[in-house]
Write a protein that binds this ligand. Structure first.
Ligand SMILES: [Fe+2]
Ligand SMILES: [Fe+2]
Length: 282
């Protein structure tokens, strides 16, 4: 059971942190901090470059034309909107990771362990996994999408905020991200129900990312005390609104980033069985 808003007792934190560190090593393999790679994740990435039985059709020139825009100007099919969402959804996290990598590296040297740095590396796999969706349509995207400048400013401000504030906002961001991914998963199942092979290939990617995100939520709750958890809960609607505003493609697809407090509380019951079994929950 994923309990989002109950702070973890201080005496349980270090044991849980050690257990999570071991979980990451088991799941991800050996880290190479200089290359920012994880051995098992590298092996796993190979399956995402494997083509499907056929290349899926999409209006590629329209996709390339609309991709750099915050909000598409021309009408896109639901399938194209889904693809646009998948390749852009990790943009804020990718940018956040870029801005805080040096802090995570410092903390890995001076703090209790390298867990935070490992999470940063996991995020770079999220970007790669989600970008690989485009390959199924014959579109190659190498770089993560750059978020809107207003969002970049917000992320940079969070990165340099006092640690408690930064952590509370990061925790809120992980929760909103997870709910958004769950909603994207529902959209994938609905939009691609005519194409089970493609649907399964995309589902596999989203489920892999979701599994990591549950660990990230658990970790952030672990390191935040009662004040941090309470602050995160307060800012959740603001973070959800910010994500929706800065990623209008989500709205076009009908994907919500948040509805109400109950939506956050029910996150745990919405987790697919495969995620529940594979994720680190504390
Ligand atoms: Fe992520
Ligand atoms: Fe995350």
């Amino acid at each position: 059971m994923l309990d989002l808003f109950t702070p973890m007792p201080a005496d349980a934190q270090s044991a849980n942190r050690a257990a999570y560190r071991q979980f990451i090593f088991d799941r991800d393999g050996q880290p190479d901090f200089a290359m920012r790679t994880l051995s098992r994740r590298e092996e796993g990435m190979r399956r995402y470059t494997r083509p499907l039985s056929t290349l899926r059709e999409i209006d590629r020139s329209l996709f390339h034309e609309e991709y750099p825009r915050l909000k598409p100007r021309r009408t896109l099919s639901r399938e194209a909107l889904l693809l646009m969402t998948l390749v852009k959804i990790n943009a804020a996290e990718a940018y956040g990771v870029e801005r805080t990598l040096h802090l995570a590296t410092q903390r890995a040297q001076s703090g209790p362990d390298e867990v935070e740095l490992l999470l940063h590396i996991e995020e770079s796999y999220h970007t790669r996994i989600l970008l690989s969706t485009a390959l199924l349509y014959g579109i190659e995207l190498q770089e993560p999408f750059r978020p809107a400048s207003s969002l970049r400013t917000l992320i940079a401000a969070i990165a340099h905020a006092p640690e408690l504030v930064a952590r509370a906002l990061t925790f809120a961001g992980e929760i909103v991200g997870t709910i958004t991914f769950l909603n994207v998963l529902d959209a994938t199942r609905e939009i691609l129900r005519h194409d089970p092979e493609l649907r399964d290939a995309i589902e596999e990617r989203v489920l892999e990312v979701l599994t990591d995100e549950i660990g990230h939520i658990s970790f952030n709750r672990m390191v935040l005390g009662p004040a941090g958890v309470a602050s995160a809960r307060l800012v959740l609607p603001i973070v959800a609104e910010a994500v929706a505003r800065t990623m209008p493609v989500l709205g076009l697809l009908g994907v919500k980033t948040h509805s109400d407090d109950a939506a956050f509380i029910s996150t745990s019951s919405r987790l697919p069985e495969v995620v529940r079994k594979a994720a680190f929950v504390a």
